[in-house]
Design a protein around this ligand. Structure first.
Ligand SMILES: Cc1cc2nc3c(=O)[nH]c(=O)nc-3n(C[C@H](O)[C@H](O)[C@H](O)COP(=O)(O)OP(=O)(O)OC[C@H]3O[C@@H](n4cnc5c(N)ncnc54)[C@H](O)[C@@H]3O)c2cc1C
Ligand code: SF4
Length: 584
C-alpha cells in the first residue's frame, strides 16, 4: 500500500475501519530507496527527507500508528484470553508488535546443534513499537575492544564520531536519565527521571550495600512535554505502543514528520527480494514482492539504504548475486553474515518476604524499570572479558494471563478457593527479579548464510543460522547468576529456582533470544575483512548503504538501538553531503 503525504493527512483523522484501498505504486525514480521502517530505516527516512531528498520507503508489514492502533488501557480482564499470547502477538495479546520467532510463510533453518531464535517484526516501525526503550550510548571503550583486551576487533570509528549524533537523538527524541560521570557510560541530555518505585528503593539499598551502582534508568519516554509530543501519564504499558506518543517509536517520531515534508512515499506490504544493479555495478533500486497481489515489482532510486534489520539486510545482500558479484554484494571477503552476535542474558526472580502483604501504594510509572545497574567491575580481575548491566523487575503491574509465574512456587502458595485468592493477594508484588544483559565477543561459530534448499512463501531463499557460545559468555552469565542471588539474599529473599548448572549453560538465553542481533555486515576499511566502510557504504557498490545493526563491529554491555540510530543518522548525513557534491 502506498502512502503519500495527502493520504497520510487524510488517514490521521480517519477511523481505522475506513482505511482506503491500496494505491498503485508510483513509477518515478526516487532519490533514495530505504528498505525497512524500524529504528534504522525510520531514522534514515526522517533525516534524508529533511535534507530535501525524495525518498521511497519499502516496508514488509502493514501500517501501524500507536495513536490509532495501540491497545493501551485495554483491561486484561475484558478479554476472554486475559492478555495471553497469540500466534501474531507472541509477547501477549496487547503487545505492540506484529511478528515473532515464527512468522507464517517466512521460515529460517538451523545448522545441526544450533539453538537460535530470530525475532521478526512485520509492521510499520518494526520492533520500535514494543521495544524496551532502554536508550544507552556506547562508551569510548566499546569501540576499541581489541585495544583493551586483545579480543575481536576495534571499530574504524570512535565515540567522538558518534557523540554529536547521540546529542541530536537526545534533543530530538527525548529520554530521561541522570548524569553520573561514569567512565564508560557517557551521560546525555536528559529529561528528569521518574522517582524509584517502592521495590526499586529496596533494590537500591541492597545494591548500595554490595557496592553495585544502581542509578536512574535511561529510557526514551517523555517525562515532560517535548518537541510537540505530550508527556507520559505513567500507565506503565509502553510495550503496547503509546496512544499519546509519549515514548519513542519510529512511526510516531520519525515517519510522521517525514510524511509531513511531502517527500516520503511509504509503500507497505512490500517484501524486498534483492538489490538491482546496472552494468557498471551501481545499485538501481529494489525488486520486491507486493504482498497484496503476489506480483514482483521494482522501484528505482539513485541511492539504496538497507535497514531491514541486521540479519535480513545480510540476507538481501547475499540474495543479490550476479555474474559480477557471484557471492552477493559487499561479500568479496566472504564476511556477509559472519560476526553475528547477540546480547547475553539470564534472569533470576525471587520471593521477598518483606514485600508480602503489602500496604497499598502507588507504583505508577513508565513501562519499564525506573532504575538500572550499569557495569561496575574491572574485567582484568575476572574470568570473562566483557561486562554486563542489570535490569530490574517486579512490582504491581496489571495482572494478566500467567502473572506471577506459578503460585505453587511461593511458600504455602497454591490450594483452592479462598486459600488461593488469599495467597495471590498476599504474594502479589512480592517478587523482585534481575535480568543481565552482557557483551558477547564475536566468534567464528556464530553466523548466518543462505540455505539454498529452502525458500519462503515468495520464493526467496531463507537464512540458516549457526550458533555456539564461548566460555567468555558462559563465565559472564555464571557471574550474573551469582550476583543476582546475592542481591536477593541481601533483601532477605530467596530465588524461585536453583542456580542453573554448567550443563545448562548457567541459564544463558539461547542466541537471538535477547533480540539484539548485530554484526552481520560489519564496518571496516578493508573489504576483505568487512562489508561496509566507516560511512556504512557497502564495499564495491558506491550507492548502497546499510543503516541497521549490521555494521556493528562489536556489541557492548549496553542495548544497541540508540547506537543503531546514531549510525543511521550519520550515514544519512554522508549520503546528503555526497548528493550535494554530485557524487551520488
Ligand atoms: C521486546 C524487545 C525489547 C527490546 N528492547 C530494547 C531496548 O530496551 N533497548 C534497545 O536498545 N533495543 C531493544 N530491542 C532491540 C531493538 O528493537 C532493535 O535493536 C531495533 O529495533 C533494531 O532496529 P532495525 O531498524 O534494525 O530493525 P527493526 O526495528 O526490526 O525494523 C526492521 C523493519 O524492516 C522490515 N523488513 C524486514 N525485512 C524486510 C524486507 N525484506 N522488505 C521490506 N521490509 C522488511 C520489518 O518489517 C521491520 O519493520 C528490543 C527488541 C525487542 C523485540
Ligand atoms: S507509560 Fe507513558 S509512555 Fe508508556 S505507554 Fe503509558 S503513557 Fe505512554
Amino acid at each position: 500500500m502506498t502512502m503519500t503525504r495527502r493520504r497520510f493527512l487524510a488517514l490521521a483523522s480517519a477511523p481505522a475501519a475506513r482505511l482506503g484501498p491500496a494505491l498503485a505504486p508510483r513509477r518515478e525514480r526516487y532519490d533514495v530507496c530505504i528498505v525497512g521502517s524500524g529504528a534504522g530505516g525510520g531514522m534514515a527516512a526522517y533525516a534524508l527527507t529533511r535534507t530535501g531528498a525524495n525518498v521511497v520507503l519499502l516496508e514488509a508489514g502493514p501500517e501501524w500508528y500507536s495513536e490509532r492502533d495501540s491497545m493501551m488501557l485495554t483491561a486484561a480482564a475484558d478479554s476472554p484470553r486475559r492478555g495471553a499470547a497469540t500466534a501474531e502477538r507472541q509477547f501477549g495479546e496487547f503487545d505492540g508488535c506484529i511478528g515473532g520467532w515464527d512468522v507464517a510463510g517466512e521460515p529460517y533453518t538451523l545448522a545441526p546443534g544450533t539453538e537460535f531464535g530470530w525475532w521478526r517484526a512485520r509492521m510499520l516501525g518494526g520492533r520500535t513499537n514494543h521495544w524496551g526503550r532502554y536508550s544507552f550510548r556506547f562508551g569510548p571503550d566499546d569501540f576499541r575492544g581489541k585495544s583493551v583486551d586483545g579480543l575481536g576487533d576495534d571499530w574504524p570509528i570512535g565515540y567522538d564520531d558518534l557523540a554529536p549524533y547521540y546529542d541530536r537523538l537526545d534533543r530530538f527524541i527525548g529520554l530521561f536519565g541522570s548524569n553520573e560521570g561514569l567512565r564508560n557510560h557517557p551521560d546525555g541530555i536528559f529529561l528528569p527521571p521518574p522517582r524509584p518505585r517502592c521495590y526499586e528503593l529496596l533494590v537500591q539499598q541492597a545494591s548500595r550495600r554490595l557496592q553495585i551502582p544502581c542509578i536512574a534508568n535511561r529510557m526514551s519516554v517523555l517525562t515532560r512535554p517535548h518537541n510537540g509530543r505530550s508527556a507520559c501519564h505513567y500507565c506503565g504499558q509502553c510495550n503496547r505502543g503509546c496512544g499519546v506518543n509519549a515514548n519513542f517509536s519510529s512511526p510516531g517520531v520519525f515517519i510522521k514528520p517525514a510524511l509531513e515534508t511531502g517527500r516520503l512515499t511509504l509503500v507497505t506490504g512490500a517484501m524486498a527480494r534483492e538489490v538491482t544493479l546496472d552494468t557498471a555495478g551501481r545499485a538501481t533500486g529494489i525488486s520486491y514482492i507486493n504482498k497484496a497481489t503476489g506480483a514482483d515489482e521494482h522501484v528505482r532510486a539513485g541511492v539504496v539504504v538497507l535497514a531491514a534489520s541486521a540479519c535480513e539486510s545480510a540476507r538481501l545482500l547475499l540474495n543479490s548475486h550476479s555474474s559480477r558479484f557471484p557471492n552477493g554484494l559487499g561479500n568479496a571477503g566472504g564476511v556477509v553474515g559472519r560476526y553475528l552476535t547477540d546480547t547475553t542474558g539470564t534472569d533470576v526472580g525471587g520471593f521477598i518476604p518483606r514485600m508480602a502483604d503489602h500496604v497499598p501504594h502507588n507504583e505508577d510509572g513508565v513501562g519499564g524499570a525506573h532504575v538500572y545497574m550499569p557495569w561496575w567491575l574491572d574485567n582484568q580481575k575476572l574470568d570473562f572479558p566483557r561486562g554486563y548491566h542489570i535490569e530490574v523487575w517486579g512490582g504491581l503491574g496489571e495482572p494478566s494471563y500467567g502473572f506471577m509465574g506459578a503460585i505453587h512456587r511461593y511458600p504455602r502458595g497454591g490450594g483452592y478457593g479462598k486459600q488461593l485468592k488469599d495467597d495471590y493477594r498476599r504474594y502479589y508484588g512480592a517478587t523482585i527479579g534481575f535480568s543481565g544483559r552482557g557483551e558477547m565477543v564475536p566468534n567464528d561459530d556464530c553466523w548466518c548464510e543462505i540455505d539454498h534448499e529452502v525458500v519462503d512463501r515468495w520464493g526467496i531463499p531463507v537464512l540458516r543460522f549457526h550458533w555456539k557460545w564461548s566460555d567468555h559468555e558462559l563465565n559472564q552469565v555464571r557471574h550474573m547468576q551469582r550476583t543476582f542471588r546475592s542481591l536477593l539474599a541481601e533483601m532477605g529473599g530467596e530465588a524461585l529456582a536453583p542456580m542453573p548448572t554448567k550443563e545448562k549453560g548457567y541459564g544463558i538465553a539461547p542466541g537471538g533470544r535477547i533480540i539484539h542481533e548485530l554484526g552481520t555486515t560489519r564496518m571496516g576499511r578493508d573489504p576483505a575483512r568487512s562489508v561496509v566502510n566507516p560511512d556504512c557504504r557497502v564495499h564495491g557498490v558506491p550507492n548502497l548503504f546499510v543503516a541497521d545493526g549490521g555494521p556493528f563491529v562489536s556489541q557492548a554491555d549496553k542495548n544497541p538501538t540508540w547506537t543503531i540510530m546514531a549510525l543511521a543518522w550519520r550515514a544519512s548525513d554522508h549520503i546528503a553531503e555526497q548528493r550535494k557534491a554530485g557524487a551520488l
